[in-house]
Design a binder for this molecule. Structure first.
Ligand SMILES: CC(C)(COP(=O)(O)OP(=O)(O)OC[C@H]1O[C@@H](n2cnc3c(N)ncnc32)[C@H](O)[C@@H]1OP(=O)(O)O)[C@@H](O)C(=O)NCCC(=O)NCCS
Length: 169
């Protein structure tokens, strides 16, 4: 369901644009190697200045990047800017949140006439994210190699692609 101000709501979650006041909550949620090791452009360790940089780059991206909140506060982030991607604090894993937040963003994306397909991908070995993307209808496309900031070790990114007709709501 879409509400004004680029806010998306689901049964359990509220997806809101990034605001300056999110910095400390972002650090508290993301500063965990088990989260950061699977992301491409976030450093480890991750401090307040990293969150401030992230907010500066994304406060103008309402409608493309959202912070995910549950009843207890900020639990993660999701976006479709360069690629479709997401992360959640570890305490929020395993409850279907990534799937629920993704469906809100994908329904919003594909509601636009002539919406283009979406590129995503996961680090080889990230079976949770592979499962989320497959459930949503993403299918494999070209792989690539990158060196994540968090580990400095080159990894294979398994490319995934979603066309509107393949989306599983
Ligand atoms: C990937 C991530 C967002 C998943 O969040 P989540 O809310 O736990 O995901 P969901 O609960 O919606 O779905 C997870 C699915 O993976 C399955 N799963 C859980 N652990 C798994 C494992 N070790 N291996 C394979 N599948 C697993 C779950 O059973 C579920 O599938 P199901 O609905 O068919 O049962 C979260 O783990 C995370 O933030 N990881 C770190 C950052 C990251 O990897 N981001 C993605 C970058 S591509």
């Amino acid at each position: 369901m879409q509400t004004p101000g680029h806010v998306l709501t689901t049964a359990r979650l509220c997806l809101r644009p990034v605001v300056d006041a999110d910095a400390a909550a972002i650090v508290a949620a993301i500063h965990d190697f088990e989260v950061l090791r699977w992301l491409s452009r976030a450093p480890y360790p991750y401090g307040l200045s990293d969150a401030v940089d992230f907010i500066a780059k994304n406060r103008g991206n309402a409608g493309e990047v959202w912070m995910i909140h549950d009843a207890g506060g900020l639990v993660g982030c999701i976006g479709r800017r360069r690629e479709f991607g997401y992360w959640l604090r570890r305490a929020a894993w395993g409850q279907g949140y990534a799937t629920e937040a993704s469906r809100a963003v994908l329904a919003h994306h594909f509601a636009a006439p002539d919406a283009p397909g979406l590129l995503s991908g996961y680090h080889a070995g990230n079976t949770r994210s592979a499962r989320v993307l497959s459930k949503l209808g993403f299918t494999p496309c070209a792989d690539r190699r990158i060196t994540p900031l968090s580990t400095g070790q080159e990894v294979v990114i398994k490319g995934m692609w979603l066309d509107q007709e393949d989306y599983v709501p």
